[in-house]
Design a protein around this ligand. Sequence first.
Ligand code: SAH
Length: 306
Amino acid sequence: MRRGQLTGQMQSWYQDLLEGRLTHCDHSLDAVFHLTADRSNPLVALKLSTQNREPIGDRAIMKTLLLVLSMVAAAREATAQEDAQCVRERAAMVETIRAYGRSDASVLGQQGLSERVLEAMGQTKRHLFIPEPERSCSIAYADRPIPIGLGQTISQPFIVALMTQLAEVAPDHVVLEVGTGSGYQAAILAHLARKVCTIEIIPQLAEAAAKTLRDLAYDNVSVRLGDGYGGWPECGPFDAIVVTAALGQPPPPLIEQLKVGGRLVMPVGPGYTTQQLTVVEKIAPDKTTTRAVALVRFVPFTRSQN
Ligand code: SAH
């Protein structure tokens, strides 16, 4: 679930529910219906329709409902303000990566990035995944990596989009990400898949990402703290796996947890220098194909001491 949608949905579900109760349920809520229908004189409307009720009880109901209505209105206002942030910069970023995707047909073919992936990039608020000091719209939506602390970075938007596209994520897919970092790539995947499981080895980053994703109501993402080398068998098997840290070889447990027909996308090579962005496809239980797609530069995949 995506935040904008979800927040909107929660509000409208809430209102649907409220109205459903008002219009379809028993007479005890008729007063509320009149209250909302006749805002010019709610007390009169309330009294007219509830003559055989205790006045104190009516007032309490009315107060509660007014409170609920004002809370809904305030939440709507806050969401609208937040939704309006960085809209222009985000749209410009999508156009930049769209053009970039088409500029080299050897990477993505003539079509470049798919509309589905571009849509997810356009819906995900990257500025909310980066640390406060960098949170300006122009920095957040430039097509560049950004430091997120503890020596790690949030990847360049084009690379996030490219890896997502190479993973070929469909709406019913279960996806594993190794290297949660800020949670941004996980959020993009969450727009496209049914379930996303993501593992981060640095506790502070795992905690911060889990909080960001929770605050933004990404309720189809689970974050786990640990070394992602061994994957997350209880969460799989996976239709796609995206690894966002560089390692000399794809970890065998990840290939093991990939479904037949699934893809693992990761930078293969030593950390900090250039690596080959590689797609491993599992074509049979014991058979894979591997292709190198582009040169990239990722932080190293680290191993836990245990
Ligand atoms: N995908 C992230 C960026 C990842 S940076 C985002 O969208 O923000 C790479 C991340 O991989 C870092 O946070 C690093 O701590 C993490 N990492 C490195 N080795 C790991 C391992 N063995 N298991 C899990 N995470 C790892």
